[in-house]
Design a protein around this ligand. Structure first.
Ligand SMILES: [Zn+2]
Ligand SMILES: [Zn+2]
Length: 253
């Protein structure tokens, strides 16, 4: 529980008020993992076996590509991952290994319609499951659980940390839901009540704060308000959408 790997990022992220500390933790961890998979992980055979097996989701492949730091590394990852997955798909499709002839006999001959249907079904079933796996998503899920453990632990053991949490600006709705759900599972009824009696009003107040800013943004399009200051509303749209959905990428770039 007192593991510094988790406590340091959690403590740091609550130092500066932001719209969602859990989004900030998520971003930090994902960036670290992206750099890890493009760097040190490439040299470790077990990791390459794992990345060939599990692969990455579109979001995390996209993040790796966007770093523009190690195109060769990303190429190597993608090459061996595709090689592995194509071999599996060919096997599921019923091709014999070594097999140009096998391929022809499966799809070329007469009366093979059922084989093709079965092959398509097998491939689709496999892919449906496969596309739910991603090395970084799996790491992220485990790590976010640990972060939330640490948040609860520090909240009930360190006054200073608790004050920061209580003075925060709430969370995105996605993470608010995660926090409430975990509080229900992990805390005693007394502690759950203690935490939620601060968290719920905080969340509602901060949703209203951003909604006011969005409202002011819309007013600025009215000629009567053009001379008025923007206040905090210039970026109210992306902040509002991020707050409601937890999708951090909205408004980036
Ligand atoms: Zn969030
Ligand atoms: Zn992913």
């Amino acid at each position: 529980m007192k593991d510094t790997i988790y406590t340091i990022p959690v403590t740091e992220v609550y130092e500066t008020p932001c719209e969602c500390p859990l989004c900030a933790l998520e971003a930090r961890f994902e960036n670290d993992r992206v750099n890890y998979y493009l760097g040190p992980s490439l040299m470790e055979p077990e990791n390459r076996i794992a990345t060939n097996d599990t692969g990455f989701c579109g979001k995390h492949f996209g993040m790796m590509y966007k770093t523009q730091t190690n195109r060769l590394g990303l190429g190597l990852i993608l090459d061996t991952y595709m090689t592995e997955q194509i071999a599996r798909l060919r096997k599921i499709a019923g091709e014999k290994p070594k097999a140009d002839e096998g391929r022809k006999s499966l799809f070329g001959g007469k009366g093979k319609g059922k084989d093709s249907v079965r092959a398509a079904q097998g491939i689709c079933d496999y892919w449906k499951k496969h596309s739910e796996t991603c090395c970084i998503c799996q790491d992220l899920e485990r790590t976010m659980e640990r972060y939330i453990d640490v948040i609860f632990y520090l909240y009930f053991s360190q006054k200073e940390f608790r004050e920061k949490v209580d003075a925060g600006q709430g969370y995105c709705m996605k993470h608010f839901e995660v926090l409430c759900e975990k509080a229900g599972k992990m805390l005693s009824p007394g502690k759950q009540d203690e935490l939620l009696s601060s968290l719920v009003p905080q969340q509602l107040e901060n949703l209203s704060r951003i909604q006011d800013e969005v409202n002011w943004f819309t007013k600025k399009f009215d000629y009567r308000y053009t001379q008025e200051p923007w206040k905090n509303s210039r970026d109210a749209l992306p902040r509002g959408m991020r707050k409601m959905t937890g999708v951090r990428e909205i408004g980036e770039n």
